[in-house]
Design a protein around this ligand. Structure first.
Ligand SMILES: Cc1cc2nc3c(=O)[nH]c(=O)nc-3n(C[C@H](O)[C@H](O)[C@H](O)COP(=O)(O)OP(=O)(O)OC[C@H]3O[C@@H](n4cnc5c(N)ncnc54)[C@H](O)[C@@H]3O)c2cc1C
Length: 407
């Protein structure tokens, strides 16, 4: 096969699949190259247990692209977020009411989101999906990039005006483009498990900080919550291996009694945590989106939300400047300028939280307390935090604000 297309997307995860949907809506020809076989869950694998908090802005983006409808019945709105610090009095509550909206975001089972995005991709006109497939070369040419792709035991060539790296934290496309990345290993891992609580509080998410934590509980509906407990990597595998009742006993001791007894844990999954930042987010006729550009600590539930804003901004740049040539320098320059401030602010926020709340130093303890007090006492600070949590900080792309792609 020798094919041409407007855009080749490498990686059909959440961001790659969403971008494909948006470009197809613009009438562009897209080829998606994904390493995994469709809906690949090999025997013995535990399906993704995470519940992903999708911010208000992400809801707007997915709605505009027709991907929200099949999810709507399975998401749980977040109307308030309770933030506490273990060992100190006081609670900070961020509410949707503060922002004048119905929900600050929604918790969506990750497995469901993966199924819906994949099905959506299969049905799109103008989109070809190659999977399992791998790109082995990515050569720059005057009017695009030439990709050499291994697929189904054969080698094919694709000419694309724009190449998008959406292949996640260890992006091979980033390497093929000659772009390095700065990596910080937090030496911490997130242990994820679905649990039941005795006294659920509807539509409320909880974040409890501690130098040995934090732990977040996101509502999945009824008595079920997804717990995301961050701890030293050295402790995480023991937490995963211990009997379920021992695990919930520790979680109860750590989280306290706000939701009553925590019980009925599902399978536990462990995610080692790293901050990975590409040294550049664009190259001639290529951009990096989602985790390939920035992989952040999940403490503030920002990673996918940031990636979906990458997608929305790229669709906007293509709609305005790139309908004839999706990879022209105007598209790339406009997109890069739009994205850098959001990347910097989001990375700084989650990284500061990670370091501040992992430190035993007294000064860090004071700083934590000041943050909590400040958020409680200063309405402007609280409003800013709420806007950020909703994905509306800074200068959000048009789709994230519920506007049409083109004015
Ligand atoms: C514990 C935890 C909880 C989280 N909770 C939240 C949350 O509540 N809210 C939030 O916004 N974010 C959250 N995140 C972050 C979120 O999961 C990621 O930011 C998001 O999944 C990134 O999407 P992506 O499409 O960029 O990358 P990925 O989801 O990693 O997708 C990459 C895709 O590329 C494919 N691929 C890889 N290599 C190749 C290759 N060489 N060639 C072709 N294809 C390839 C992969 O198979 C995959 O399909 C969480 C993360 C963790 C670890």
């Amino acid at each position: 096969m020798n094919e041409t297309c407007d855009c080749a997307i490498i990686g059909a995860g959440f961001t790659g699949a969403t971008l494909a949907a948006g470009l197809a809506q613009l009438g562009l020809r897209v080829i998606v190259i994904e390493a995994r076989a469709p809906l690949a869950v090999t025997a013995g694998d535990t399906p993704d247990q995470r519940g992903l908090a999708l911010a208000h802005a992400s809801w707007k983006i997915l709605s505009a692209l027709g991907m929200w409808q099949p999810l709507a019945a399975e998401v749980t709105p977040i109307r308030s977020i309770h933030i506490t610090e273990r060992g100190r009095f006081g609670v900070t509550t961020l509410t949707a009411e503060d922002a004048g909206v119905d929900a600050m975001g929604y918790v969506c089972p990750a497995l469901r989101l993966a199924t819906v995005t994949e099905r959506h991709l299969q049905d799109l006109a103008g989109v070809t999906r190659l999977a399992p497939a791998r790109v082995t070369a990515l050569e720059l040419q005057p009017e695009g990039r030439r990709l050499v792709v291994e697929h189904g035991g054969q080698t094919c060539e694709i000419s694309a005006k724009l190449v998008v790296a959406a292949d996640g934290v260890d992006s091979a496309t980033r390497d093929l483009l000659g772009i390095g990345a700065a990596v910080h290993d937090y030496q911490r891992s997130a242990v994820v498990a679905n649990v039941s609580v005795a006294r659920p509080q509807a539509f409320t998410a909880f974040e409890r900080f501690d130098t040995a934590g934090p732990v977040a509980l996101l509502p999945l509906g009824g008595r079920r919550y997804v717990s995301i407990w961050t701890m030293a990597t050295s402790a995480a595998s023991a937490m995963q291996a211990m009997p379920g009742d021992d695990y919930t006993q520790r979680l109860n001791e750590f989280f306290g009694t706000r939701l009553g007894t925590i019980s009925e844990p599902g399978p536990r999954q462990v995610y080692p945590l790293r901050l990975v930042r590409a040294n550049e987010i664009a190259a001639p006729r290529a951009v990096l989106i989602g985790n390939a550009a920035n992989t952040v600590h999940p403490n503030a539930s920002q990673g996918l939300n940031l990636g979906l804003r990458d997608v929305a901004a790229l669709l906007e740049a293509v709609a305005v400047h790139g309908m004839q040539d999706a990879g022209c320098s105007d598209v790339i320059d406009v997109w890069r300028e739009q994205r850098l401030p959001d990347h910097q602010a989001t990375v700084r926020f989650s990284d500061t939280l990670a370091r501040l709340f992992a430190s035993d130093l007294a000064i860090a303890g004071l700083a934590r307390h000041a943050v909590m007090l400040g958020v409680t006492a200063i309405p402007a600070l609280k409003a800013k935090l709420v806007r950020n949590a909703m994905g509306l900080g800074g200068r959000p792309p048009r789709l994230a604000r519920g506007a049409r792609l083109i004015r």
